[in-house]
Design a protein around this ligand. Structure first.
Ligand SMILES: C[S@@+](CC[C@H](N)C(=O)[O-])C[C@H]1O[C@@H](n2cnc3c(N)ncnc32)[C@H](O)[C@@H]1O
Length: 219
């Protein structure tokens, strides 16, 4: 690609910064982001990604959403913004400190306790307790090796017309580098391929934040 030719989709650093500025966070979201950044582990969703989660939730009229690797609750706050006001977010994380931070984020934002169900555990422990086909959205974050093996179970939670999103697949650009063979990159590649090849799904990769894989189960 020549220097004059911008990357497809105008994917520049300035464009990404604009997309993040466009997605204005509430003071409670700003506080949740700042707390989450102080905790060990990967950072929370970027504002542009959070905004897309809210848009998807609103478009689906989401009443029932599960967030896997919910972290300090920032993605949850964005999801709750888009969900119906009687909707319930099920947020699962294997780190009690992250769950504590999420509980505080939801309380500070005035989210009624009945609207957020926080569950401590790994996908292997918790997924079998969730009802198949009952969720409008399943939202995954964190190391793909932790949930790639659960992809069939994750997809099994999604109702017809509902969606699965996985955040982080473009992190470091390794997925596009054919020579990158580290286990997390390989897990991302395999998961993205499995999603794309699943004929019950329509899927896309959005190059926002660290990359969002989005798939909708055909009705
Ligand atoms: C990138 S952070 C999530 C950020 C969150 N989605 C947000 O935007 O606010 C990833 C989270 O996945 C959790 N996690 C990683 N591996 C896990 C596992 N095996 N079981 C449960 N949670 C896990 C981590 O504790 C961490 O909170």
């Amino acid at each position: 690609m020549s220097a004059e030719q911008p990357p497809p989709g105008g994917g520049t650093a300035e464009g990404a910064a604009y997309a993040d500025r466009f997605a204005v966070e509430t003071p409670e979201m700003v506080a949740a982001r700042s707390r989450a950044l102080q905790l060990p582990g990967s950072p929370p969703v970027e504002p542009a990604v959070g905004a897309v989660l809210a848009v998807l939730a609103a478009g689906a009229g989401a009443r029932s959403v599960v967030s896997i690797g919910s972290g300090g609750g920032l993605a949850g706050l964005w999801l709750l913004r888009g969900m119906r006001t009687d909707g319930v977010l099920t947020a699962l994380d294997g780190d009690p400190e992250q769950l504590r931070a999420a509980r505080k984020a939801f309380a500070d934002a005035g989210v009624a306790p009945s609207r957020a169900r926080l569950i401590f555990g790994t996908p292997a422990e918790v997924l079998p307790r969730l009802s198949p086909g009952a969720y409008d959205m399943v939202v995954c974050a964190g190391p793909p090796r932790e949930y790639a093996e659960h992809l069939p179970a994750l997809l099994g939670l999604v109702r017809a017309g509902g969606s699965l999103t996985c955040h982080g697949l473009l992190s470091g650009g390794r997925i596009a580098d054919r020579t990158a063979r580290d286990p997390q990159t390989v897990a991302w590649r395999e998961m993205a391929r499995a999603v794309r090849e699943d004929e019950t799904l329509l899927s896309a990769v959005l190059p926002i934040g660290t990359g969002l894989l989005v798939a909708t189960r055909r009705s």
